[in-house]
Ligand binder design. Structure first.
Ligand code: ZN
Length: 402
């Protein structure tokens, strides 16, 4: 049964809608950026238990895999952990829990996450003479005729459960995070970000803060004019977030095209800048002061009077397109990665990079009786569904894999 592109896309959208509906309320009331005190007000990035187990098995000196979820998945899992009050930060599939000799408790509901990739597909065409479908041949660099290939994006879906929903895995140890940025002890990562900002930062403002795309300059108030250091870091992270959208950096239309204050495009770029700051906060365990920070977004006030109006406009955007949150999260993920690699980690040694990150317990202990060393994690995880977003229409199926 052939499905057209719109149908596949609708299904993808439908899954996102469910989650977005849940968080629109948080966005419109400003809660998305006001964290509960559960983790000292710091949003902690969700981790893959599978990657953690794999890293634990890796020999000394081997390249370890990042256990953290990124972009949309990171936001989704984080929000759900907050909502359900899960004290654990780690997630895995039903089958992986089984591999660990553990089990998901009866009646527990999992969370659908997405993993994007591309695969190479051969290209066919219709022969004008015979009207038959034939391979589309091209010459390769050695002069041989080969079938044309193209990259086709696909998305794999996995259902993951929080370790709090699983029996047989030792709960995480209490994390020792420095919850607040001490005025006398500035956050190293944030300071490096400011020091190595590619856009020039000018501390010349009395009330407002902004990024000027025409000059590629950030204009902010001096740090002592902020209520506290977290408010200062939050604002600068937000403005540097905007600067990553410049044409010679990540080329985001919210920055490269002129957008009116208060317009939808403008609001979308604001959401990206906020999420970028949030991802940096997750990465370095810094508590950024969003409440103050939003109040300082003076540009907004030209079209929108109150803080509540900002949140309401974000809510409207997300209501209008459930994919917008995923797009914003993925853009913000790229922006934060850019800031990390090009500014914060610039000129640092491996050891210095490690020292910037919050210390977290990475060791997995099982109470199921199995030993972590004995778990087979090498085989590819089977997604519950795969959706191809291009290529031959007959393959554009929402494939069930049990
Ligand atoms: Zn902004």
């Amino acid at each position: 049964m052939a499905e057209n592109k719109a149908n596949s896309y609708e299904k993808l959208t439908q899954h996102r809608q469910e989650f977005v509906d849940q968080i629109i309320n948080d966005v419109t009331t400003g809660k998305l950026f006001e964290w509960s005190s559960q983790h000292c007000g710091i949003p902690i990035r969700p981790k893959s238990l599978r990657a953690m187990v794999k890293n634990q098995q890796a020999r000394e000196g081997t390249q370890k895999e990042s256990p953290y979820y990124h972009g949309y998945n990171a936001i989704k899992l984080f929000m759900i952990a907050m909502e359900k009050n899960y004290p654990d930060n780690r997630w895995c599939t039903y089958n992986f829990a089984k591999k660990l000799g553990a089990h998901v408790r009866k009646g527990e509901k999992g969370v659908l996450i997405e993993k994007w990739g591309t695969i190479q597909k051969p290209v066919y065409k219709i022969d004008p003479d015979t009207q038959q479908i034939v391979p589309d041949m091209i010459q390769d660099k050695d002069g041989n005729m080969v079938q044309k290939m193209k990259n086709v994006p696909y998305v794999d879906y996995f259902v993951v459960f929080n370790v709090s929903q699983i029996e047989g895995i030792e709960p995480e140890k209490q994390k020792e995070f420095v919850s607040h940025v001490d005025e006398n002890e500035p956050n190293q990562a944030m300071e490096l970000m400011i020091q190595n900002s590619e856009a020039k930062i000018v501390f010349d403002q009395s009330r407002s803060n902004e990024y000027d795309p025409a000059k590629d300059e950030i204009h902010v108030m001096e740090r002592h004019k902020f209520e506290d250091l977290p408010a200062f870091y939050g604002t600068v992270a937000h403005e540097i977030g905007h600067s990553t959208g410049a044409a010679d950096r990540l080329d985001r239309s919210g920055i490269t095209k002129p957008n009116k204050f208060g317009s939808v495009e403008y609001a979308k770029e604001e959401l990206r800048a906020e999420l970028t700051a949030m991802f940096l906060q997750m990465e370095y365990g810094v508590q950024l002061n969003y409440k103050n920070h939003i109040a300082y977004l003076q540009n907004w006030s030209k079209g929108l009077k109150k803080e509540e109006d900002v949140y309401e406009q974000w809510g409207e955007i997300l209501r209008g397109d459930p994919n917008e949150l995923a797009k914003a999260a993925n853009d913000a993920d790229k922006a934060s990665q850019y800031i990390i690699s090009r500014m914060i980690e610039k000129d640092l040694t491996k050891e210095q990079i490690e020292a910037l990150k919050p210390k977290e317990e990475q060791k997995v202990t099982l109470t199921s009786g199995k030993k972590v060393e004995e778990i087979d994690v090498d085989s590819k995880q089977e997604p519950v569904r795969t959706l191809q977003l291009g290529g031959n229409s007959s393959k554009k199926k929402f494939r069930k894999r049990g």
